[in-house]
Design a protein around this ligand. Structure first.
Ligand SMILES: NC(=O)c1ccc[n+]([C@@H]2O[C@H](COP(=O)([O-])OP(=O)(O)OC[C@H]3O[C@@H](n4cnc5c(N)ncnc54)[C@H](OP(=O)(O)O)[C@@H]3O)[C@@H](O)[C@H]2O)c1
Length: 330
């Protein structure tokens, strides 16, 4: 039986699209799980580039996925790691006390102390040795990185260069490629050369001093531009004759989706556009990598929930490395 008065929680609240100054922290009713839902006490979540899109409602088309004309969720937040504190009567895979993590690129309202989520493959149990902070930081960037990798055939010995090796996507991609036995080079700024080398990159290029596209030609099976700052044209010479270029962005002239259609019929080198799909597949993969200690998320800063606007400002600057975590455990 529920108590007569509903319990309260602290949550980020916003009712329209806009910049971080529209965010407030309010005490609101704690949600109640429906029959097919879990009530989660959120211990950690991240502020990531997907959340920025959902906060600003940009690009505009994204609003049709995260809520039109207003955001669907009162709170921002697309990933979480926490504890199941209550389950609906039809829930079968989870029980009270389970440590779980999950992600939904259309938003979950996880920037709060509690959230509900439908029992689905978008939620999974956190491996025992992994902390809530680590689990939360192994989702959003990892999903887009795995999405790059799943679109092509990376094999043991494949040669790959990851542009933006410090990013949420790039730092995850380097580690996942290493797991597959690829030989990975990466590109980042001067201060992070050592850090990116430790993630598993063999050669690390400093983009502030050299242009990685001007190396010897025909070196790579794959160019993964995880920060979307290059173009297929500039990277063509780097690729082997049947090499593949993938970018997280549309390209300087919005050309990547068109090149993805044209290049497979025009020549052997091709562009693949990584439309992100299949979050459950990523979560399963991350569960496995974390369990085997083959993935250690790069964590930049941690903020308390109260400092959410500051966290968004930092992430939107485009200069974060790895993941920015909202730590509700303090
Ligand atoms: N296609 C999709 O579905 C999708 C989904 C999520 C994100 N994205 C996009 O993917 C991109 C990366 O996302 P993310 O979450 O990984 O971003 P992020 O965590 O903000 O990382 C970007 C990283 O790139 C570094 N960087 C900036 N300029 C660079 C350059 N010229 N060369 C190499 N590194 C550079 C930045 O550090 P410094 O500035 O200090 O060097 C930063 O560490 C963003 O543009 C984002 O909008 C696309």
């Amino acid at each position: 039986m529920y108590p007569m008065t509903q319990e309260k929680m602290r949550s980020v609240v916003r009712t329209k699209y806009g910049s971080p100054n529209i965010l407030s922290i309010q005490e609101i009713d704690r949600p109640r799980p429906k029959d097919n839902e879990l009530l989660i006490q959120v211990h950690a979540s991240t502020v990531n580039r997907t959340d920025c899109g959902a906060l600003w409602g940009a690009p505009f088309i994204f609003r049709f996925f995260v809520g039109f004309p207003r955001p669907r969720h009162l709170a921002t937040g697309s990933d979480f790691a926490g504890e199941v504190v209550e389950v609906g009567m039809n829930v079968t895979r989870f029980k009270k006390g389970d440590r779980v993590f999950g992600f939904n690129d259309h938003g979950l309202g996880s920037h709060a102390q509690y959230m509900t989520i439908v029992e689905s493959p978008n939620v999974a149990v956190i491996p025992a040795s992994v902390s809530y902070v680590q689990a939360a930081a192994s989702l959003e960037g990892a999903h887009y990185a795995y999405n790059f990798i799943s679109k092509v055939r990376v094999e043991k010995g494949s040669k790959v260069i990851v542009n933006g090796g410090t990013g949420g996507i790039g730092s995850a991609a380097i580690q996942m490629l290493n797991y597959l036995g690829a030989e990975v080079d990466a590109v980042c700024a001067t201060e992070y050369l050592e850090k990116v080398g430790k993630l598993g990159a063999v050669r690390v290029f400093d983009y502030t001093r050299e242009d990685f596209t001007k190396q010897n030609s025909g070196l790579y099976d794959f160019v993964f531009d995880a920060v979307g700052k290059s173009s297929f044209g500039a990277c063509k010479l780097l690729l082997k004759p049947d090499g593949v270029y993938i970018s997280s962005e549309l390209g300087p002239n919005f050309e990547n989706p068109f090149l993805a259609l044209l290049t497979p019929v025009m020549g052997r080198q091709r562009v693949v556009f990584p439309v992100p799909v299949d979050i459950p597949r990523t979560i399963q993969h991350m569960q496995m990598l974390l369990e085997r200690r083959q993935f250690n998320p790069l964590i930049d800063r941690e903020y308390p929930l109260d400092k959410i606007a500051e966290a968004f400002e930092y992430v939107a600057s485009g200069h974060k490395i790895g993941n920015v975590v909202i730590n509700n455990l303090g």
